[in-house]
Write a protein that binds this ligand. Sequence first.
Ligand code: FES
Ligand code: MG
Length: 571
Amino acid sequence: MSANRRSRNWYGKLDKDGFIHRSWMKNQGFPDHVFDGRPIIGICNTWSELTPCNSGLRELAEAVKRGVWEAGGFPVEFPVMSLGETQMKPTAMLFRNLLAMDVEESIRAYGIDGVVLLGGCDKTTPGQLMGACSVDLPAIVVSAGPMLNGKWKGKDIGSGTDVWKFSEAVRAGQMSLKDFMAAESGMSRSRGVCMTMGTASTMASLVEAMGMSLPLNAALPAVDARRTALAHMTGRRIVEMVEEDLKPSDILTRAAFENAILANAAVGGSTNAVVHLLAIAGRVGVDLRLEDFEIGADVPLLVNCMPSGKYLMEDFCYAGGMPVVLSELAGAGLLRANRTVMGGDISAYAEGAECYNRDVIRPFDDPLKPAAGIRVLKGNLAPNGAIVKPSAATPELLEHEGPAFVFESIEDLKANIDRDDLPVTHDTILVLKGCGPKGYPGMPEVGNMPIPKRLVQQGVRDMVRISDARMSGTAFGTVVLHVSPEAQAGGPLALVRTGDRIRLSAREGRLELLVDEAELSRRRAEWRPEPPHYTRGYAKLYIDHVLQADRGADLDFLVGKDTRPVTRESH
Ligand code: FES
Ligand code: MG
């Protein structure tokens, strides 16, 4: 057993401090020999009944423990803040950085040598990785896994994606409220995360592409026994990782982030991956920029899952999952060499991958859509950038010029979007302000504004929409997001008025407000920010310190890491 193991500084001492650390742990029935210097493995659990997506993580933690014991380690499970995307107001994103702080400080303060991160729902995966990267002990991810396919009236229905569709159908008078309510129970019929390629499955897929989990972690359904076995094997592997001192900084190199960006394009992944990858990179010390997402721009869409395609995660699993996608990227010469939690190269995840359904995972040379990766937009409306997801957009609208109709806030939008006299046509560009990191606060998923009712009734299903918000990974449409700087920070978005003309060109990567500079200067001189929505507590800390979307919306003082040993004792 290694004498200089980190946990020895807690449990290896023969003095009063060692007594205290060991004795209180023994109240749980642990015998003397588990303190003999074996690796102590933290199991960082975001289980919560208020995060239904993560409700299976209690059982998975038990499987991880079996693996840790089997490999000669000592597993200790601890809870951290859980973020239930569908249950928290004003938005779970407000708390991603708080979870990251909780994870970071829990790992650092306790006498553990390595950590297994149990997450799933959208913000839990990036929050846990951000925190773990800032301590940089050996770490590995086990995801909650997707729900079984939604089923309703004999058809597959997808988390989120079909909620947006059903809700528009109700507004258009094409679906009854009774049917709408009945679909709720069919949509979410097992434990697990959204079974569309929403943010949760996107992040799990990218974690796999970056080599931070075992292969197949992303797609195995939450309730599939093979996920339990994967958790068991992960418990075994983290013990070896501690012996090898294989840390996140060894795995999350620039190449890993590039593989994540390429994979995000191939799976038709969530726009939210942009802010999360930028934030994780900031923690681990990789200089990733918004512009770097352009390396995925020409990658075709291979995975035929909602919201960009028609299938669901269960189908993706049965078709072969991420190993097939990685093998397609490798075959096209795109996959970057990079180390994984297994110790070898990421190409080992792709080797021998077989696809069992070519309609679900398309070959690279016969994709679902060409050039599907997220496009970065720049221009006088977004000096620091904005993004659009072409795979989920209407191709004709990606090159569009039209007059703006402006909503000054989310309340303004909700009060007016369904007005019968709203002066909009399908050419209008809807603009929403005040939904950025500082403005809302927390940058909620409201960027996919509803189509005005009078246009829905005319059959319009998509329009260009622009905001400083995010949108759900399950959403679709020609939606320009993450405009930076945001309106509340005084970005040009704050100056847009109804009737101004705006030009969007995804092909050229441009987003222009066609108003002359003299007029914009006049408006800028008159502009005042809204008073902040919070003046105390964590939300105030967040508003005062949050970085803009192009920097990942982390808190400024959390960027980077602190790997110094903790030497001072508690008594
Ligand atoms: Fe939790 Fe979608 S709401 S994963
Ligand atoms: Mg979401």
